[in-house]
Design a protein around this ligand. Structure first.
Ligand code: PLP
Length: 392
C-alpha cells in the first residue's frame, strides 16, 4: 500500500499519464502562439481546435459554443456576470441556491451590490432544491437561473432536466456549474435545456488552471476579458495550449470510461458507507441516499471535531476533507451543511471522503479500520460523549 491514501478527489485529482503525455510536446517543440500564421502557430491552433471538439462532443454541444477559461471559477464568473450585464435592460433578477460553490455565491453577492436582486433557494435535508419554489421565485424581471449540477461537498445531484424545462418555459437563461458532474454523469446540453455550463479540468485528472464555459449559440452575454481576438473575440489572452490539450484528453478519457469508472466508484462508495454506518455509532450520511455522485461520501460524526479527525487521519496517511471552513480562518461550518439543516455542533464533525479512479478496495478497508479507532479515541476525550454514555 502507498504511504498516502488520497480520498480528496473532489478537491483535485492527479493528472493521468496519458493526459500528461498529450500535453508535454506543447511546452517544448510545439510552442507556437496559436495566433501566429506560420506553421508552428498552426500546430497550436489545430491542437486547440481538436480539444474544443472533444469537450463539445462530451456534452452534446457544437465546438463553437465552447470557450476555454482558466478553470471552473472563471467560467462561473463569466456565465453569471456576462448574462447579468448583457440582459440588464430585460431584468435584474437572478435565482440560485444556498448550496452553490463560492465561485457562484460570491459572484451573486457581488452583483447584489451592483443593482441586481438574487433569490437564494433553500434545499431540503438531502440538499435538493424544490421545483415548485423555483417556479414561484420566477418574476418578469428574472434573467438567469444558476443551479449547480452536483454539489462538491455532499454530492447531491439536482433535477437538472426539470430545472432546464422550467427555465425554457419562462424564457429565462439556465446556467449550471457542472464542475463536479463532468466525467461522472452523462450530459447533453440540448436534452437538459442548459444554456451555459461550467467545467474544470483538474477535477477529472486534467491539469489545474484550465476549464471551459459552454455558451449556447444565441445566448446574450458580455465578453469577459478585453484584449485580443482569442476565443471568438470573447475572452482575450494567449491560450494555455498545453492545458487545453490536457483538458481535451482528460474529458475524452473520462467519457470513454464512464460506465466502468462509475461502477467501480459506486462499489467503493457503498462499501465505505455501509461499513462505517454499521461499525460506528452516532454517524449519519450527509447528502442524498441515491441521487449522489458516484465518488462522494460525506459523514457527520457526533461528539467529534472535524479538524481533529482530519489531523488524526493525516497521521495515518489518509488525505480527506472536513465540512467546516476552519482552514479559511473561520470556525463556521460550511454553508452547505447548515443549509441541509445540520446543527452547528454536528456539522462540525463532518468528513468528506471523495473517491477517484486510483482508489482501491484495500484502501477502503484501511480507512474504515483507522476511522473506527480514531473516532473511538476522539470520543473518549469528549465531555459530551461522556454524558451520552452515562444516560444509557
Ligand atoms: C472546484 C470547483 C469549482 C472551481 O473550479 P476551479 O477550476 O478550481 O476554479 C467550481 N465549482 C465546483 C462545484 C467545484 O467543485
Amino acid at each position: 500500500m502507498n504511504n498516502i491514501i488520497y480520498m480528496d478527489n473532489a478537491a483535485t485529482t492527479p493528472v493521468k499519464k496519458e493526459v500528461l503525455d498529450a500535453m508535454l510536446p506543447y511546452f517544448t517543440e510545439k510552442y507556437g502562439n496559436p495566433s501566429s500564421i506560420y506553421n508552428l502557430g498552426l500546430k497550436s491552433r489545430k491542437a486547440i481546435s481538436e480539444a474544443r471538439q472533444k469537450v463539445a462532443n462530451c456534452i452534446g454541444a457544437n465546438e463553437n459554443e465552447i470557450y476555454f477559461t482558466s478553470g471552473g471559477s472563471e467560467a462561473d464568473n463569466w456565465a453569471i456576470k456576462g448574462v447579468a450585464y448583457a440582459n440588464k435592460n430585460k431584468g435584474n433578477h437572478i435565482i440560485t441556491s444556498k448550496i452553490e460553490h463560492h465561485a457562484v455565491l460570491h459572484t451573486c453577492e457581488y452583483l447584489e451590490k451592483n443593482g441586481f436582486e438574487v433569490t437564494y433557494l433553500d434545499v431540503d435535508e438531502y440538499g435538493m432544491i424544490n421545483l415548485e419554489e423555483l417556479k414561484e421565485a420566477i418574476t418578469d424581471k428574472t434573467i438567469l437561473i444558476t443551479i449547480m449540477f452536483a454539489n462538491n461537498e455532499i454530492g447531491t445531484i439536482q433535477p437538472i432536466k426539470e430545472i432546464g424545462k422550467i427555465a425554457k418555459e419562462h424564457g429565462v437563461y439556465f446556467h449550471t456549474d457542472a464542475v463536479q458532474a463532468i466525467g461522472n454523469v452523462e450530459i447533453d446540453v440540448d436534452e437538459l435545456n442548459i444554456d451555459l455550463l461550467s467545467m474544470s479540468a483538474h477535477k477529472i485528472y486534467g491539469p489545474k488552471g484550465v476549464g471551459a464555459l459552454y455558451i449556447r449559440r444565441g445566448v446574450k452575454t458580455h465578453r469577459y476579458v478585453h484584449g485580443g481576438a482569442q476565443e471568438r473575440n470573447r475572452r482575450a489572452g494567449t491560450e494555455n495550449v498545453p492545458g487545453i490539450v490536457g483538458f481535451g484528453k482528460a474529458i475524452e478519457l473520462a467519457y470513454e470510461n464512464l460506465e466502468e469508472h462509475n461502477k467501480k466508484l459506486i462499489r467503493l462508495r457503498d462499501k465505505l458507507i455501509n461499513e462505517v454506518t454499521e461499525k460506528i455509532n452516532y454517524v449519519r450520511l450527509n447528502g442524498h441516499p441515491e441521487k449522489r455522485l458516484p465518488g462522494n461520501v460525506n459523514f457527520a460524526f457526533e461528539f467529534i471535531e472535524g479538524e481533529s479527525l482530519l489531523l488524526s487521519l493525516d497521521m495515518e496517511g489518509i488525505q480527506a476533507s472536513s465540512g467546516s471552513a476552519c482552514t479559511s480562518g473561520s470556525l463556521d461550518p460550511s454553508h452547505v451543511l447548515l443549509a441541509i439543516g445540520l446543527p452547528h455542533e454536528i456539522a462540525h464533525g463532518s468528513l468528506r471522503l471523495s473517491l477517484g479512479d486510483f482508489n482501491t478496495e484495500e484502501e477502503v478497508d484501511y480507512v474504515v479500520e483507522k476511522l473506527i479507532g480514531i473516532v473511538d479515541r476522539l470520543r473518549q476525550m469528549s465531555p459530551l460523549y461522556e454524558n451520552v454514555k452515562e444516560e444509557k
